[in-house]
Structures are given as structure tokens and as C-alpha cells.
Design a protein around this ligand. Structure first.
Ligand code: SF4
Ligand code: SF4
Length: 386
């Protein structure tokens, strides 16, 4: 299945028009074509929930409750992107909790992607020790020192949970909400920042005249198609970039693909050898983007996806590699903080391959053959290179 959600949509105001089937997430190079197909049947407006969902095909069968509701095309796209990165445990948590809460509104489904990780779902009762350990880990926000984790009496924790009588049976397992609240991370209009796939840059967009009360900024993920840019602006109530707080030099964006690679590589080498902390981009757009990213570092919760497997030997190499000192060893167990740059140094260089990433598609580690561990550690300042 190459899609997360495939929806059959129709226009409730124009019943004479044909239905249209769209797979989500929509790849950036297909986005404009998809919007134009929708516009041909008078659908796909940027801010309206104008499409009736006639059918849903998805491995997330709980989304069938969307059938008969009105959605906006970008809401479906955003939901599919959020769900695409879920690991098996999160799939169960999302489905079971959505069923327990009886959700059918797309806004609620989107919000649930931000908090379903707080719940416990039991799909197999045969290993009480593991169930109890997993539940305790969930109650600790998904991470805890290894010695504390090992000291958990899993069976006792599992029996306490099960005998507490708070479990709700769903087709996706028995779910315990652990006090989870469906918080409005998404207000129904502007989508929260979420780094998906291989976006090169994320820009926060607000109107020059300021946000209307109750509104949030929007985020533009580059590269983006024309319709994606236009619709992002419309969601904060503006129609042109001139009314946006950030001005972008479009000519420089178009020039990105025509960079003089050798010349720029030589500049980068010189910057590295001079140990410059921040390097100015040769383009106006690049300088703007660099300034923006330094002033407003990307707010991403992707670091939460890192976790450490039991095969960790406690060697501490990951902590010494991290370029921003974001890993500390607590009782011999690495803890990854929220200052993570998602550089992947810990992931790719752990000698036990114990640093993992929820939703990873492969366990392959990679380091450039010309770069040693000592080289990386010397960059982070944890060792002096001879
Ligand atoms: S490098 Fe790997 S084995 Fe060593 S402490 Fe970090 S996670 Fe554990
Ligand atoms: S991904 Fe990079 S920045 Fe994040 S914790 Fe690992 S080494 Fe540090």
C-alpha cells in the first residue's frame, strides 16, 4: 500500500459531479495537479471543509468514521503525514483511543496524533512482565533510566493496571487512557509545525499586520508547490507574500538548483577549517533562511522518536559525539533531551546500534569512510584531536 489514506471524495453542493479518489499524503510533485483536479469539480478550497468523504481505504480502519463527514483536503493530507511516521505501538494507541473516544471529526483525529502516545494498549495478555514494563515506560513519557526500567516489577504493574478496571475493550486492544486529554494542538485552521519527509526548510508565516486573536502561525515546508504556498498564506488570512512577515526572494529560490557546486564546496571547506560557528550562505535567500533558523530554531518533536534499546552497553560514546551536548548518561543509560538537532550522530555511530528511531524504515548505520569517531568527537569538543 503506497498510501496511508485513500479517500473517495465528492462535492455535496454539486451531486451531479463525479467522485474523485485521492491517495494521501500527496507527494509535493503531485500536489498542484491534485488541487486542479479537485477545482474542476468545484472542490479543494484552501480553508473550507468542502469535500464529503464517501469512502476511506486505510490500514487505520478506525478512520472509517470519517465517511459522511466534511473535510478539507489539506486536513486529510496533514493527518496522513502524521500517521505515516507511526510505529506499530502508536498505530494501536491511535486506533484504540480513537475508538474509545468515538471520534469522527478530522480535527480530533489530528489532535489525537499528538497525544495518543500517553495511553497503554494491550493486544496480547501472554507476557505480563513485558506489559507492565511497557506501561511503566509509557507513564514515564516513553523514556527512563535502564536500571530503573530493569527494576520494574512488570507483572505486578500489569496486574495493578488490569485489575484497576479502567480498561476499555476495543477492536484494537484493551486501552487504558492514563489520564490522556485530547488537547487542541490543531485549532482547526492552522496546522502545527511538523517536519515530514525530506523538507529542506520550514518557514513560519504570519501576516505583517499580526495574527487575528485565536489564530496561530502557519508553516511552509520547502520545497513546496505553488498551490501549497498559496494555500499556506490563505490559512493565515493573506493572499500574497508581501503581506507576510517573511519576504522571500523568489529569484534566489529559482537559482538554488544552479549553484556553482565546486566553488561553494571550497567555501564550505574553508569555513570548516576556520571553525566558523555560523556560515553565511552565498545567496540572499540562504542568508535569510539561516538568520531565521538561528533566531527561531525549528520546533520539532521528532527527537522524541529516539529511544535506546536494551543492547546499550552504557559506553557513553553517544554523549561524547552529540554536537550540542544533548545526551547525558543517567545511571549508565543515555537520556536524549529536547535540544536535539536530529543530526543522527548518536544513531549512526552507536557501537551496539542501540539508538533507534520510532518509524525507522531500516536499521542501517552510516558514517563517511573518511571520518573517524575521534573526528566527530573532536568537533563536539569532547576529545582533543592529535
Ligand atoms: S553509544 Fe550506544 S551503547 Fe554506548 S551509551 Fe550510547 S546508546 Fe549505549
Ligand atoms: S541526533 Fe544529534 S543532536 Fe540529537 S541527540 Fe543524537 S547526536 Fe545529539
Amino acid at each position: 500500500m503506497s498510501y496511508v489514506i485513500q479517500a473517495v471524495l465528492s462535492n455535496p453542493r454539486r451531486p451531479e459531479c463525479d467522485q474523485i479518489t485521492i491517495p494521501f499524503p500527496i507527494p509535493v510533485d503531485q500536489y498542484d495537479k491534485t488541487i486542479e483536479m479537485l477545482q474542476a469539480i468545484d472542490l479543494g478550497f484552501s480553508v473550507n471543509r468542502d469535500c464529503t468523504v464517501d469512502e476511506v481505504n486505510s490500514r487505520y480502519s478506525v478512520l472509517n468514521t470519517l465517511v459522511g463527514t466534511l473535510v478539507n483536503i489539506d486536513q486529510l493530507d496533514y493527518l496522513a503525514k502524521r500517521l505515516d511516521g507511526f510505529c506499530a505501538g502508536e498505530v494501536s494507541q491511535f486506533q484504540a483511543m480513537a475508538h474509545k473516544l468515538g471520534l469522527s471529526e478530522i480535527k480530533d483525529f489530528i489532535n489525537l496524533t499528538y497525544c495518543c502516545q500517553q495511553t497503554t494498549v494491550i493486544t496480547d495478555f501472554s507476557d505480563l512482565e513485558q506489559i507492565g514494563k511497557d506501561h511503566t515506560m509509557t507513564l514515564n513519557g516513553g523514556a527512563m533510566p535502564i536500571d530503573q526500567y530493569q527494576a520494574v516489577n512488570g507483572k505486578e504493574a500489569a496486574l495493578q493496571l488490569i485489575n484497576g478496571g479502567r480498561g476499555v475493550i476495543t477492536p484494537y486492544g484493551v486501552v487504558y487512557d492514563n489520564g490522556m486529554k485530547l488537547e487542541p494542538a490543531y485549532n482547526g485552521h492552522q496546522f502545527p509545525s511538523y517536519l515530514y519527509d525530506h523538507s529542506l526548510l520550514v518557514l513560519e508565516i504570519t501576516p505583517k499586520r499580526g495574527l487575528v486573536e485565536g489564530s496561530n502561525p502557519e508553516y511552509l515546508y520547502l520545497p513546496a508547490s505553488e498551490h501549497q504556498i498559496e494555500r499556506t498564506l490563505l490559512r493565515v488570512g493573506i493572499t500574497t507574500l508581501h503581506d507576510a512577515k517573511i519576504r522571500i526572494d523568489w529569484e534566489q529560490i529559482a537559482g538554488v538548483g544552479r549553484k556553482r557546486v565546486d566553488e561553494h564546496l571550497a567555501e564550505i571547506c574553508a569555513d570548516i577549517s576556520m571553525r566558523r560557528r555560523f556560515v553565511e550562505s552565498p545567496t540572499v535567500f540562504g542568508r535569510l533562511a539561516g538568520w531565521w533558523m538561528r533566531c527561531f530554531p525549528l520546533r520539532s518533536d521528532a527527537y522524541r522518536r529516539f529511544y535506546v534499546e536494551d543492547s546499550c552497553s552504557g559506553c557513553g560514546i553517544c554523549a561524547r559525539l552529540c554536537p550540542v551536548g544533548n545526551i547525558v548518561l543517567l545511571n549508565g543509560r543515555p537520556m536524549i533531551g529536547e535540544g536535539c538537532l536530529i543530526c543522527g550522530a548518536c544513531y549512526h555511530n552507536c557501537p551496539s546500534a542501540a539508538v533507534r528511531y520510532n518509524g525507522e524504515k531500516s536499521r542501517v548505520q552510516y558514517r563517511h569512510p573518511g571520518v573517524s569517531l575521534v573526528d566527530i568527537m573532536s568537533q563536539s569538543g569532547s576529545v582533543e584531536k592529535e
